[in-house]
Design a protein around this ligand. Structure first.
Ligand code: NAP
Length: 313
């Protein structure tokens, strides 16, 4: 079984207390339709004149420092955003990075007044040419392996968790990866699928890339209603069974907190215990009844191996 060695990365080339200025060069809706339940934008920032240029790698994040002060009068702190482009950036020279931002629009719990997320709305409001204080790069765990052609890939996303995979899929295909790459994307409605046309077009032009969707609040193309990503993985498991059973899959999970457990339960249901062991170390007691697994058991009774990379919030 090929050993997993992740790419080498630089961290904190630019610190948040001494940020540099990037310039917005693109800001556009990236939901499948303007009728989507949430507003999500694809934003590109030119960092060419800064030490961030060429310093970030796919899978990392970068920092944004919003202007202004908090209600307590303190300067706004850095917020981290996943990089949504390959290591070479949007421009091919590592000078334009991209991210995927959902506007946070909510109510205050105590007095039900409107709550607008400071950084997400600042970024989504940004106009072409606006300067943004940026820092980073950040993150050294959610990366592609160095020997990318030694592995197959299953990327599972919910909502804006798709951001790093846009970069990773493009990076792998652009580098001529010949292994199997499967992306499973979950969204509440078809209108909320992100970068949908882009992934469909990548699937049409690359026979080793499969794009699967799980829509949770509508009927899916296969007639199933209310699918979560683990349901889609289970229904389509035969597409990736060979790769999983050979133990060569790198499994990436990114998005909402709750998604992780269901994916592990699906793996336990679809793989024999010998094959499951490549991805999860499970105590014999837990292995006896995957249906009873709960979140507190994660990383105690159920531990992902180095083939499983997780970024959930
Ligand atoms: P969203 O559009 O609301 O989509 C989330 C989807 O997941 C919905 O279809 C939802 O279904 C479904 N879902 C709910 N519970 C689930 C479960 N237990 N298992 C599987 N699917 C489930 O998502 P969003 O608002 O963009 O949120 C994305 C999350 O990803 C945020 O929490 C964000 O912080 C995180 N994120 C992390 C990173 C990172 O770590 N680098 C990057 C980007 C985003 P229903 O609502 O219909 O139940």
């Amino acid at each position: 079984m090929p050993v997993v060695t992740l790419s080498d990365v630089q961290m904190n080339v630019v610190r948040p207390n001494e940020p540099v200025l990037g310039r917005v060069v693109k800001n556009e809706i990236c939901t499948a339709s303007r009728k989507a339940a949430g507003i999500v934008r694809h934003i590109e920032i030119d960092v060419s004149a800064t030490p961030l240029a060429g310093a970030f790698r796919v899978g990392q994040a970068f920092g944004v420092i919003p202007p202004g002060v908090t209600p307590k009068g303190k300067p706004e702190k850095v917020r981290l955003y996943s990089i949504a482009c390959p290591s070479a950036g949007e421009d091919g020279a590592g000078a334009v990075l991209a991210t995927t931002v959902k506007r946070t629009i909510d109510e205050h719990w105590d007095d039900h007044r409107l709550f607008l997320g400071v950084a997400s709305n600042y970024l989504c409001d940004a106009q072409i040419g606006d300067e943004i204080k940026v820092s980073g790069p950040n993150g050294k765990r959610f990366l592609l392996p160095i020997d990318f052609n030694d592995h197959d890939y299953v990327f599972v996303a919910t909502g804006t968790g798709i951001a790093p995979y846009r970069g990773m899929v493009k990076e792998l295909l652009g580098a001529g990866c010949t292994r199997s790459i499967t992306l499973v994307m979950g969204a509440p409605y078809h209108t909320d699928l992100l970068y949908h046309d882009e992934f469909e077009s990548l699937q049409a032009s690359h026979s080793n890339f499969t794009y699967l969707t799980a829509v949770s609040r509508e009927t899916n193309a296969d007639g199933a209603r209310g699918l979560y990503v683990h349901d889609r993985l289970e229904r389509d498991f035969d597409r990736v069974r060979t790769e999983f059973e050979a133990g060569g899959v790198m499994l990436y999970i990114c998005g909402i907190l709750g998604m992780e457990l269901g994916i592990y339960q699906t793996l336990a249901g679809c793989l024999g215990s010998e094959n499951l062991g490549q991805f999860l170390h499970v105590t014999p007691e837990a292995l006896a009844d995957p249906a009873s697994w709960t979140r507190p058991m994660l990383r105690k009774e159920i531990k992902p191996t180095s083939r499983v990379l997780v970024e959930v919030y």
